[in-house]
Design a binder for this molecule. Structure first.
Ligand code: HEC
Ligand code: HEC
Ligand code: HEC
Ligand code: HEC
Ligand code: HEC
Length: 320
């Protein structure tokens, strides 16, 4: 009744303006469209609301039932996976992580997600296929039912974020110089962007791998990101080739592909050969362009001044 008004806002104790408006249309089509406000937000019974410190807890049970077991639904299983991953408070070696305040929570990586459904009819592409939905209408009557379930399923058959968005999320921490130093990590985002994978993704391709394609084992939840020293990890030395040769990636590759440096830092002593190869190609490209433009320039000169000559030809008076 209140939050649907776009002007609803207030200045909080720190003097910051907080928007309290909720766009109903967006809320309804999002993945949480059927979850009640009070299932996530506690303390709404009174006005002004008594909102708890720390905000919404994503592992709380809600009124939705998981239909295959009829259990009350909750995201707690994802929290359990997260706790056992490299982003949990205990490291792969059983020691507690230093600076646990740097670790991500659900809300560091997620906003209220929207479906990004796939259209299947003649082409597989993002979006809703009206032709496919037309088939459901042959048997089911209610459009809301049809669209909800079509999106529910097809939205999960592809990534719910484009690769560039995933890189942005991981980069919010893995590009942070302070965090990198505190945890003795490489600058994974910069080095990724230096390679073919990163450059391809920056042109908008969705075929190339983003961070989660390599760091999550096939068939596991996206949240199972493990340290490279953990034998279970998709990027552990023993598992790397299997990760590279997934059906969607390099199924026919030779085993030594796994030695490819996917986080290449050309300023690193380790990558001295790569550094010279990069310089070789920069010089080659520059030289080729220079020669090319030089020729183009000379051709233009000839075109504009067909009679121009550096030296005047000597002619006899009788024209011979
Ligand atoms: C799936 C869980 C979920 C549902 C359902 C949900 N919210 Fe939220 N809402 C959140 C989260 C998470 C935040 C971010 C702040 C936080 O963690 O408390 C938030 C933030 C807000 C804010 C901003 C609060 C502030 O302090 O700036 C408002 C207002 C709000 N929600 C209203 C609503 C209303 C109204 C509904 C029902 C139509 C609703 N929410 C349903 C999870 C939810
Ligand atoms: C809120 C900050 C934050 C976000 C967001 C984040 N990470 Fe991390 N990540 C960390 C911290 C902190 C560590 C170091 C943990 C430690 O020292 O044990 C880490 C460690 C890692 C490691 C382990 C490196 C190793 O082998 O030791 C990988 C891999 C990783 N993150 C991948 C990702 C990916 C992929 C994403 C995006 C889906 C991501 N991270 C998002 C904070 C973050
Ligand atoms: C390090 C960042 C990160 C953290 C922390 C994180 N998620 Fe995710 N989550 C992702 C990414 C990336 C995806 C994959 C989106 C896609 O399909 O492209 C994802 C996917 C999901 C999905 C869809 C199912 C799936 O596995 O693809 C759910 C549900 C989800 N997250 C819930 C949560 C909850 C609940 C938490 C907290 C307990 C959480 N996430 C913590 C990054 C994160
Ligand atoms: C040929 C007729 C037909 C078509 C076409 C059809 N359905 Fe159904 N659908 C049914 C029938 C009949 C049931 C009940 C079947 C049962 O319970 O075993 C059903 C069940 C379902 C259910 C499970 C509902 C529940 O509560 O158990 C969903 C979800 C669903 N259909 C979605 C769709 C979607 C989305 C499409 C289009 C992509 C579609 N259906 C196309 C006939 C059809
Ligand atoms: C093509 C596969 C691939 C992609 C894409 C990829 N990684 Fe990696 N990542 C690896 C491999 C293999 C290693 C271990 C070898 C190394 O450190 O280069 C690694 C190592 C790491 C490490 C640990 C580095 C350290 O300090 O030891 C982090 C953190 C990391 N990746 C994060 C990311 C993030 C963030 C992204 C997305 C921007 C990403 N990775 C994209 C394969 C990949």
């Amino acid at each position: 009744m209140c939050h649907r008004y776009p002007g609803l806002a207030r200045v909080d104790d720190d003097g910051k303006l907080r928007l309290l408006f909720v766009n109903e249309e967006m809320e309804k089509v999002g993945s949480h469209g059927r979850v009640k406000c009070g299932d996530c937000h506690e303390g709404l019974e009174k006005i002004p609301h008594e909102i708890k410190e720390g905000g919404v807890n994503c592992t709380k049970e809600c009124h939705v039932q998981e239909p295959s077991t009829s259990k009350k639904f909750s995201h707690k299983p994802i929290q359990d996976i997260l706790d056992k991953s490299v982003h949990g408070k205990i490291g792969w070696d059983g020691k507690p992580t230093v600076h646990p305040e740097d670790l991500p929570t659900c809300k560091s990586c997620h906003e209220n997600p929207l479906y990004r459904p796939l259209a299947f009819y003649k082409l597989v592409r993002p979006g809703l296929s009206e032709r496919a939905v037309g088939k459901c209408r042959a048997c089911h009557e209610k459009d809301e039912f049809i669209k909800t379930f079509y999106m529910h399923v097809s939205g999960r058959l592809n990534k719910s974020r484009a690769p560039e968005e995933v890189i942005q999320v991981c980069g919010s921490c893995h590009e942070d110089q302070g965090l990198i130093k505190r945890h003795k990590l490489k600058n994974a985002v910069f080095t990724y962007k230096e390679t073919f994978h990163g450059k391809g993704v920056s042109t908008g391709s969705e075929r190339l791998p983003d961070c989660t394609d390599c760091h999550v084992r096939e068939g596991k939840s996206t949240h199972t990101i493990l340290s490279q020293h953990d034998p279970q990890s998709s990027i552990h030395k023993a598992n790397r080739f299997k990760t590279c040769s997934q059906t969607d990636c390099h199924p026919k590759a030779a085993e030594n592909l796994a030695n490819f440096k996917v986080h290449l830092d050309p300023h690193d002593q380790e990558s001295i050969i790569e550094k010279y190869v990069i310089w070789f190609f920069i010089i080659l490209t520059a030289a080729t362009l220079l020669i090319f433009f030089g020729l183009l320039f000379l051709e233009q000169v000839r075109f504009l001044f067909p009679d121009a000559a550096l030296r005047k030809e000597r002619r006899n008076d009788d024209g011979k």
